[in-house]
Design a protein around this ligand. Structure first.
Ligand code: G3P
Ligand code: MG
Length: 245
């Protein structure tokens, strides 16, 4: 059965990468949750997609130039809707605590946002924290940056790693970096062009971001391992409808 991963939490219905978006993703029964991790100026793991806080808070500035205390002074919810005005940029630890508290038992997909800034030490911090906390849910790591995946493997060869891919290059499927990983996360556009090549590809395939019903149906029919969606509740409904027919 194709699993459904909530992209940045339930991003379509709640402000992305906030505790409310993760709570909603669990409430509707998502099999997995994807989130984006970066490092603050004081070296803390924080959960936010963009390299600046400009789009998703009421402040401005670069994530890596601000301490956690500074980052958490801003409202990370009212840009989406006033009812979320109390949301803050969460630390990664706050998300782990929330998921543990509400009994999440699916898969947590941690994307390391190292494609623009390298954030030295981010891989080590994450892996050590997960090893220390030993969450009951499964953890997989993903990144656009293959060097991050390489570092994760050096820190702990047991880590499950996915390479996030865009574009339409067939040759990428023969890259040396594919030896490092057990799954690929292709953009849906690429996946839909490449589905015949990818169908028997010996890695887990988890396309993103799959929001249209027709795209969801294609993923279910191709029996991919999972897909990422901004609308996990709708994807679950779509999967149930297909199962009933
Ligand atoms: O992991 C899939 C997806 O999250 C990658 O793109 O930009 O949404 O982080 P982005
Ligand atoms: Mg992401």
């Amino acid at each position: 059965m194709t699993k459904i991963f909530a992209h940045r939490g339930s991003k379509g219905t709640h402000p992305e990468n906030t505790l409310s978006a993760f709570r909603e993703a669990v409430r509707v029964g998502s099999d997995g949750i994807e989130l984006d991790v970066q490092l603050s100026k004081d070296g803390q793991l924080v959960v936010i997609h963009d390299e600046t806080i400009n789009r998703t808070t009421d402040g401005t500035g670069t994530v890596g130039d601000m301490t956690v205390k500074e980052l958490q002074e801003y409202d990370a919810g009212s840009w989406f809707s006033m009812e979320y005005a109390t949301e803050k940029i969460p630390t990664f630890t706050e998300v782990l605590d929330l998921l543990t508290e509400i009994g999440f038992t699916g898969t947590l997909n941690i994307e390391l946002k190292t494609d623009q800034y390298d954030y030295p030490g981010i891989e080590q911090k994450l892996v050590k924290l997960i090893q220390k906390q030993q969450p009951v849910f499964e953890v997989i790591y993903s990144s656009f940056n293959p060097l991050t995946l390489e570092r994760l493997g050096e820190i702990d060869p047991q880590t499950k790693k996915a390479w996030i891919m865009v574009g339409d290059k067939f040759t990428i499927l023969f890259s040396k970096y594919l030896l490092l990983i057990d799954s690929i996360h292709p953009s849906f556009t690429w996946f839909s062009k490449m589905e015949k090549e990818l169908i028997d590809y010996p890695k887990y395939i988890r396309p993103w971001t799959v929001n249209e019903e027709s795209a969801m149906i294609l993923c279910f029919k191709r029996n991919v391992d999972a897909f990422h969606t901004d609308y996990p509740a709708q994807a679950i409904q779509c999967r149930n409808k297909l199962a009933d027919n």
